[in-house]
Design a binder for this molecule. Structure first.
Ligand code: DOR
Ligand code: ZN
Length: 347
């Protein structure tokens, strides 16, 4: 069994960086371990135009530590009013790497998202033509659908019709949480892929609900039953080119999560690579790790694999849970995977 691994530098294909002081505090955790990240556009005032994405990218770069090399890949937040010409122009200028669908009301800052999918068909038509990835928060929001079923129902009622109508559209089913989601992606052609988070690889819904309510394990889509986690783990460790890591690291102030109406999101980026490496080691699948962290996503996004390398080392002593981040408005709690992690990034 190897105790050192050398892989191409990873990328994060789904990340929330926020803005202002929170951005300044969380960004170095990403930029020290990832070359690129697909940056989610769900700011309180969402990133809905190419001009907005350029301004947000400038803000991100203004906080980047000088010693770090990191490229934020910008994403447009889809609304029913998104201008297809702006999408095309943003793609052609290289400023936009993807467009994200938030069903209205599905999650944090999604109120400006989409109610009527047919209204976005003109944008999807352009995206299919130019090959711009369509990133999907795959949950229905209907009040009568149980929250644990929202992903599976989304596949049948929303995603399948979109794929049928736009067969060449390049789709990323974000933060998969179900076996149905894994099976769906496996049933599709290569132009449908999925991100999987570190936390959905290691927790099921018990983490959130057993022994008291644990708000730091609450995220959306919520973690599901154990058999779903096992399906996600099998998909990630299989090496299949359609699955790659998106941390979905989503920092919130701890007091906003420890509340009578707590926010969804897990801040996991400080130990994401270590945790995922341990998961692969436990599955005897370290030979597939580089595909999940560094190769499959770059290939899907039609970008070169990073030339820079990363070294991972296994020690005999489990690593500590990362420290909380302190901001002037309060702290952010880091992800505790509730398992021993012996791997860490060492170079
Ligand atoms: O848990 C989540 N947090 N899921 C999302 O879809 C959004 C994210 C956030 O922005 O906080
Ligand atoms: Zn997200």
């Amino acid at each position: 069994m190897p105790s050192t691994l050398n892989i191409a530098m990873p990328d994060d294909w789904h990340l929330h960086l926020r803005s202002g002081e929170m951005l300044a505090k969380v960004l170095p955790f990403t930029s020290q371990h990832f070359s690129r990240a697909i940056v989610m556009p769900n700011l309180p005032s969402p990133v809905v135009t190419t001009a907005g994405a350029i301004a947000y990218r400038q803000e991100i770069l203004s906080y980047l530590p000088k010693a770090h090399q990191f490229t934020p890949l910008m994403v447009l937040y889809l609304t029913e009013k998104t201008d297809p010409d702006d999408v095309r122009a943003g793609f052609l200028s290289g400023d936009i790497s993807a467009v994200k669908l938030y069903p209205a009301g599905a999650t944090t800052n999604s109120d400006a998202g989409v109610n009527d999918l047919e209204k976005i068909y003109p944008v999807l038509e352009i995206m299919e033509e130019i090959g711009l990835p369509f990133l999907v928060h795959g949950e229905v929001v209907d009040a009568e659908i149980d929250i644990f079923d929202r992903e599976a129902v989304f596949i049948d009622t929303k995603l399948s019709p979109i794929r049928a109508r736009f067969p060449k559209l390049r789709i990323v089913f974000e933060h998969l949480t179900t076996k149905e989601g894994v099976d769906y992606v496996l049933s599709c052609a290569e132009n449908t892929a999925a991100t999987i988070t570190p936390h959905h690889l290691v927790i099921n819904r018990n983490a959130m609900l057993v022994g008291g309510i644990k708000p730091h394990y609450y995220c959306l889509p919520v973690a599901k039953r154990e058999h779903h986690r096992l399906a996600l783990k099998a998909a990630a460790t299989s090496g299949d080119s359609r699955f790659f890591m998106g941390t979905d690291s989503a920092p919130h102030l701890s007091h906003a999560k420890e509340s009578s109406c707590g926010c969804a999101g897990i801040f996991n980026v400080a130990n994401a690579i270590a945790v995922v490496t341990q998961v692969f080691d436990n599955e005897n699948a370290l030979d597939q790790l580089e595909k999940f962290l560094s190769l499959n996503g770059a290939n899907f996004y039609q970008l070169a694999v990073n030339e820079q390398k990363m070294t991972l080392t296994r020690s005999n002593k489990a690593i500590a849970i990362p420290e909380d981040i302190k901001t002037s408005a309060g702290k952010v709690t880091a992800f505790d995977p509730m398992m021993d992690v012996y791997w860490d990034v060492t170079g």
